[in-house]
Design a protein around this ligand. Structure first.
Ligand SMILES: Cc1cc2nc3c(=O)[nH]c(=O)nc-3n(C[C@H](O)[C@H](O)[C@H](O)COP(=O)(O)OP(=O)(O)OC[C@H]3O[C@@H](n4cnc5c(N)ncnc54)[C@H](O)[C@@H]3O)c2cc1C
Length: 449
């Protein structure tokens, strides 16, 4: 039996590792093709590497091809799969250095090609200095550009989602003057406008020139390099530009092979991550089921990619595992401001047709009198008639964001806000006020029903 894995990062290598764990080498040969230079890397760590908070790229790699070889998994980096023939059960692979193509047969196939940054027509320039940040190779390219002569002084990040915000902070840490442009009226539009306003205030406080409600119209270049970003409210000088406009699933190969895609363009695996007979898919190239709305959606996150890859690998290895779906938990930080969300935002709850109430509380992370107590805002969204917890958002400083996990577990278990109020959460003055902000917010939402 031979397993071929396309894509050597979170989803693909989780699948390969789990399959190997369950089936010996005599039983299953595993061959992975990765078009880049790295395997099993943390793309999530790229902004912190560029910002100088962590070393890289080696430190961001969990396992390199040599380690996989020792574990009985062959990886060919610099090899791009360019075609899949499901009837013949072969893939066509291009050795990028040699420029040669070969065909390789498979019994089982894992499709884990990830996603690519959205690049609108105006951003398709051959000039240097315009980057999408998705792979470790992209991170290395950004770092190399920052170290070129003449050294960049101004950075423009387009799109203030979590990757844009993290990259803006990274450039600010590197001493660049940074503009962050967002078409919406707030950064991080995955949270409600009132919470987004708190994020905007913090971004501006650290000296980033955040411009919301602004649309980019084009790029200007000079001498083969990016020189400025043209917007509907002025032109901004730019020695480097990062596109944080979201990502799209790399699903073209699958589509060409006749594998069905969902509305987002992602593959649509079943509960066991299967998309066909002996064909599996996982990670950023797939859609996931939102357990709150019951609808499929595209949520490209590493936390899902790792779990989905693991599930695929267990099933390939002869075990049984499922990936039920997600509740929409996301977490990030901008300098010392922590931002978290789970479930549905008000806008999403409205779009899903819910009647709902919201409640916000301002509290602290520790007992008010305890050293290090700092403010935190918690917002809860609950269904009007049932009190079912639909969503929660947190903006705060120390020890704020990970409190979202209590809400995520409550949503997963379909709890009402009134039931949440009775939760036995930990309390001691160094860790929480006697009523944790999570409990106060749930109680307030219950009172608003
Ligand atoms: C800057 C940044 C910060 C992030 N922060 C977070 C975070 O804090 N939390 C979180 O949960 N997620 C985060 N993510 C998202 C997370 O990194 C991704 O969800 C995760 O990497 C997806 O894993 P994957 O294996 O599905 O895809 P990828 O990591 O994209 O890997 C796919 C691999 O497939 C290869 N490939 C593609 N096509 C082919 C082909 N035809 N042939 C051979 N190889 C191919 C690519 O080169 C790539 O290496 C972040 C992402 C970025 C970019």
């Amino acid at each position: 039996m031979r397993l071929i894995v396309i894509g050597g990062d979170a989803a693909g290598m989780s699948a390969a590792s789990q399959a190997r764990k369950r089936r010996g080498q005599a039983d299953l040969q595993i061959l992975t093709f990765e078009k880049g230079d790295y395997t099993s890397y943390s793309a999530c760590g790229i902004p912190y590497w560029i910002g100088g908070l962590v070393d890289g790229p080696d430190e961001l790699i969990a396992r390199d091809p040599a380690a996989f070889h020792d574990a009985g998994i062959e990886v060919r980096t610099g090899h791009e799969v360019t075609g899949i023939d499901l009837d013949a059960r072969t893939v066509t692979v291009r050795d990028l250095a040699a420029g040669r193509e070969v065909r390789e047969g498979f019994d089982e196939l894992v499709y884990a090609t990830g996603a690519s940054p959205v690049r609108p027509p105006w951003a398709r320039t051959t000039a240097g200095g315009v980057f999408g940040v998705q792979t470790l190779g992209d991170g290395a390219a950004v770092n190399a550009w920052l170290e070129t002569t003449p050294k960049p002084e101004t950075a423009v990040v387009i799109g203030a989602g979590y990757i844009g915000v993290e990259m803006a902070e990274a450039f600010a840490r590197r001493g660049l003057r940074v503009a962050l442009i967002e078409r919406a009226e707030q950064p991080m539009s995955t949270v409600d406008p009132d919470m987004g306003a708190l994020v905007a205030e913090s971004i501006r406080k650290i000296g980033i020139d955040l411009r919301t409600g602004v649309t980019v119209q084009g790029l200007e270049t000079a001498g083969g390099r990016i020189s400025a970003v043209v917007t509907d409210s002025g032109t901004l000088p730019a020695d480097i530009v990062v596109l944080g406009l979201g990502v799209r699933p790399n699903s073209a190969l699958a589509e060409a092979a006749g594998i069905a895609l969902g509305a987002s363009g992602g593959l649509v695996p079943d509960l066991r991550q299967r998309v066909g007979d002996g064909v599996w898919a996982a990670g950023d190239c797939t859609e996931v089921l939102n357990l709150v709305t019951g609808r499929r959606m595209y949520v490209p996150l590493g936390t899902h990619a790792n779990k989905q890859g693991r599930v695929a690998g267990i099933n390939i290895g002869g075990g049984y595992a499922t990936f039920p779906g997600i509740v929409g938990t996301g977490i990030t930080k901008i300098c010392d401001l922590e931002v978290a969300r789970t479930g549905l935002s008000s806008k999403e709850a409205e779009a899903a047709g819910y009647r709902f109430v919201t409640a916000s509380v301002d509290s602290t992370n520790r007992a008010g009198y305890f050293p290090g107590a700092v403010p935190m805002t918690v917002k809860v969204i609950a269904e009007q008639d049932t009190g079912l917890l639909l969503g929660a958002q947190i903006v705060g400083r120390t020890e704020a964001a990970k409190r979202i996990d209590a809400f995520a577990v409550a949503i997963w278990n379909r709890m009402t806000v009134t039931e949440m109020t009775a939760l036995d959460l930990g309390y001691a003055p160094p860790y929480a006020p006697v009523w944790d902000p999570v409990l106060i917010a749930a109680r307030k939402a219950g009172e608003a029903l």
